[in-house]
Design a binder for this molecule. Structure first.
Ligand SMILES: [Zn+2]
Length: 550
């Protein structure tokens, strides 16, 4: 335990500062009562399925507070008298109603247990409304430590945004706050001072202005992760663009601060190339009905579905993120990363946040494929992966415990996750099959949920081989395989160390410039070489550590 805590601290101060947006997690969540209530689908949560959230919030910007109600439409999975929803305990509940009747409720940490006065029969559609208000938590370091960012734009005007991946949507509105709970659709009705614009996900349906307040109605007509639902408030203007696919014109209505309109109208066009790339390799964009837009925010950015937030300074080289992730000067790192999450995370969602390498590891890996495709060069893709390699720390397994609200957003989920995928491609050694695996996994799980087993089931289906030993090593332990080797005048000796007993990964060596595939085990094996042969461990294709033994 001590070792884990120490390593997490190291991660905090060193590598995680260089993580991708929203990638920091300072410690593994303890198995606290709150994480049990929020992390598992206990009987008071599994008894119903949410079909629709109708979110209504009036923002008091001076007080940094909100006052709202959320109508939750749901279907009962079995007879129920009680259910759990979730709302951060610092927010107050005024009342809960069902059919114009006030319901009694009790609160336990972030959970709210609501009692119904009569049994809701299995298979019924029902709705209830939660009225609440309060001051939501501030974002200490958005998007890594999320909450509300109450900021000012360059002209000193208010500029507000929320980010809550990991913290959970319950920090600002009541919902069933589990990663597998997505409304089939969501309405967001945000009331703000009339000189400001409130931007949510999906499409804008209506704006009503009364005196000094304006109400913006946004609608998402697709399933959406709770943490993706967002609000941005500022002196926004729309930047209209279109995306043409198969002779159909789709609207892209970006939102930026008024003084950045001209800049953004040129700069944001690169998002179209990103969408085309992801469609080519990972299947169709899933949210055309809801559009795609970038929204300028006062923090780095987040993957809010159909409303990707952007705060990288409109600069390929000089944005905050661009400096640490220059991306060969061909794409804004925020735009590609957060837009890619429309596939990895928003469409295919981890079925428990401990499997979130499916969002982040695959996302970072996909960026290497983008460069491979863009430059028509496998080597550039490898170069990209090499630029992130030294951020891997190998202290915490990429996949941790399920049902404990463990958002495994530490650095290795990103960088090592990408290297794990790169290594698996090398092991499979058949690019046609590899790219089919990726695309079919994404297409077959689109708008759905998947975990590590699901991914490796697809790998087994396409290769007729069981690679679970590979997952166990690379995803369920923090240990990087070591290839211990030495050579004599006549022989080259090699063996695995630091691996699970069942680890049987083949590995490519470069012997005098020729690729030779070997199957190391924990015992030394050897092959014949001539004197002065040069043997290289191909650790640019396999995430292994070569260790020369004397
Ligand atoms: Zn990400």
């Amino acid at each position: 335990m001590k070792k884990i805590i120490f390593s997490v601290l190291v991660c905090t101060f060193l590598s995680c500062q260089e993580n991708r947006p929203h990638g920091n997690q300072y410690k593994l969540p303890e198995l606290t009562p709150n994480n049990l209530l929020i992390g598992s689908l206990n009987e008071n949560r599994s008894s119903y399925r949410v079909s629709f959230y109708d979110i209504n919030i009036d923002f008091d910007i001076e007080e940094k507070s909100l006052d709202g109600f959320v109508i939750i439409k749901a279907e009962s999975i079995r007879d129920l008298n009680k259910l759990q929803i979730d709302l951060a305990e610092n927010l107050s509940i005024k009342k809960v109603t069902h059919r114009n009747e006030e319901l009694s409720f009790s609160r336990e940490l972030d959970a709210v247990l609501i009692d119904f006065t009569s049994t809701i029969k299995k298979g019924s559609m029902f709705e209830f409304t939660v009225f609440y208000h309060g001051v939501p938590q501030n974002a200490d370091n958005p998007p890594w430590a999320g909450g509300f960012t109450w900021s000012k734009d360059k002209e000193g005007r208010d500029w507000i945004a929320v980010s809550c991946e990991g913290e959970g949507a319950r920090i600002w509105w009541p919902n069933k706050d589990h990663i597998t709970t997505e409304g089939d659709s969501v309405r967001m009705v945000y009331t703000v001072p009339s000189e400001m614009v409130a931007v949510g996900n999906g499409t804008l349906r209506n704006v009503i202005t009364n005196d000094d307040k304006s109400t913006y109605e946004w609608f998402v007509s697709n399933p959406i992760n709770n943490y993706n639902i967002s609000v941005q408030i500022g002196n926004y203007v729309a930047v209209q663009d279109t995306f043409i696919k198969d002779n159909t014109i789709h609207n892209m209505n970006h939102y930026v601060l008024d003084y950045n309109k001209e800049l953004a109208s040129n700069y944001f066009t690169q998002s179209k190339e990103v969408i085309r790339f992801y469609e080519k390799y990972f299947g169709d964009y899933q949210w055309y009905e809801d559009g795609y837009k970038l929204i300028e925010v006062p923090y780095l950015g987040m993957e809010h579905q159909s409303a990707v937030t952007y705060g990288n300074g409109f600069s390929i080289y000089n944005g905050v993120r661009s400096k640490s992730w220059p991306m060969y000067g061909v794409i804004d790192p925020l735009i590609i990363h957060e837009t890619g999450h429309e596939w990895f995370g928003n469409s295919v969602t981890a079925s428990d946040p401990t499997h979130i390498w499916i969002h982040e590891g695959l996302q970072v890996y996909s960026e290497s494929i983008y460069f491979e495709d863009k430059f028509d060069s496998y080597e550039v893709g490898v170069h990209y992966l090499n630029t992130i390699k030294d951020r891997i720390v190998n202290e915490i397994p990429i996949v941790g415990r399920e049902n404990e609200n463990h958002w495994a957003l530490h650095g290795d989920t990103y960088m090592k996750g990408a290297w794990v995928m790169h290594t698996l491609r090398s092991v499979i050694n058949n690019d046609d099959v590899w790219f089919q695996i990726l695309k079919e996994f994404m297409v077959e799980n689109a708008k759905g949920f998947a975990n590590t087993s699901d991914f490796f089931a697809k790998v087994a289906e396409k290769t007729n081989k069981d690679y679970w030993y590979f997952a166990e090593q690379y995803l369920y332990t923090p240990n990087q395989p070591k290839l211990e080797y030495y050579q004599t005048d006549n022989d080259f000796y090699y063996r695995w160390n630091n691996v699970n007993k069942n680890f049987i990964m083949p590995l490519d060596l470069l012997v005098n410039g020729e690729v030779v595939r070997v199957s190391p085990s924990s015992e030394y094996q050897s092959f014949k070489i001539s004197k002065h042969s040069q043997v290289e461990i191909m650790n640019w294709k396999f995430y292994v550590e070569p260790v020369q033994m004397n």
